[in-house]
Design a protein around this ligand. Structure first.
Ligand code: GLN
Length: 204
């Protein structure tokens, strides 16, 4: 299995390291040709206005959109989640528009720009996930077909899945807990639809 990590800007090195720890080949993606032969793609956190601009400048936006429409699994974290959405009320961000979700950027305001919380995510098992939020967005609305995977205590949606697309408002690459990445790998190999070889382990 080979996973690409969009390396235009942001926290890509940490995702590559997390995948390495799970024994999966991970490669940085900066150019459209580097998308060839991938079994999955991660769009990391960073600054969505910058990631959006670089995706357009390097002709990545339409290429990634095409691949996703043909079944390429994608994990978007934080700014990456913003890029997956179809509604982002900021004209500087041109998202991929793949997930039927509406986003509020920087949803936690100045007092709470960054925080960590023990987040219950049933799909990962009983133990809560140490979720790190950094100037994080939330999902304000989600359409049919979107499975909500996690909410904060106030009800804000912070992780969701739609088919082979997975999104988190937090940064799963910044803690030693690899369960969210493992969930993404399982998602890629489930139904035997994709993946040249299965290294993703057992499904829960
Ligand atoms: N605040 C950033 C944005 O709106 C996202 C922050 C992050 O990815 N950690 O793009």
């Amino acid at each position: 299995m080979k996973i690409g990590v969009l390396a235009s800007q942001g926290a890509f090195a940490e995702h590559i390291a997390a995948l390495g720890e799970l024994g999966v080949e991970a490669v940085p993606v900066r150019l459209p040709r580097e998308l060839d032969g991938l079994d999955g793609l991660i769009i990391p956190g960073g600054e969505s206005t910058t990631i959006s601009k670089l995706m357009l400048d390097y002709n990545l936006l339409s290429e990634i959109k095409n691949l996703a429409e043909n079944g390429l699994p994608i994990l978007g974290t934080c700014a990456g989640m913003i890029m997956l959405a179809d509604k982002v009320p900021d004209s500087r961000v041109e998202p991929l528009g793949l997930m039927k979700i509406g986003i509020r950027r920087n949803a936690f305001g100045r007092q709470k720009e960054s925080f960590e919380t023990e987040l219950p995510i049933a799909a990962l098992g009983e133990k809560p996930f140490p979720a790190v939020f950094i100037r994080a967005p939330v999902i304000e609305e989600s359409d049919e077909g979107v499975e909500v995977l996690a909410r904060l205590k106030d009800g804000a949606i912070v992780a969701a899945r739609q088919g082979k697309l997975l999104a988190s408002a937090f940064h799963p690459e910044l803690t030693g807990d690899l369960r969210f990445h493992q969930y993404f790998l399982n998602m890629i190999t489930e139904n035997g639809e994709s993946g040249r070889e299965s290294t993703a382990g057992e499904r829960r």
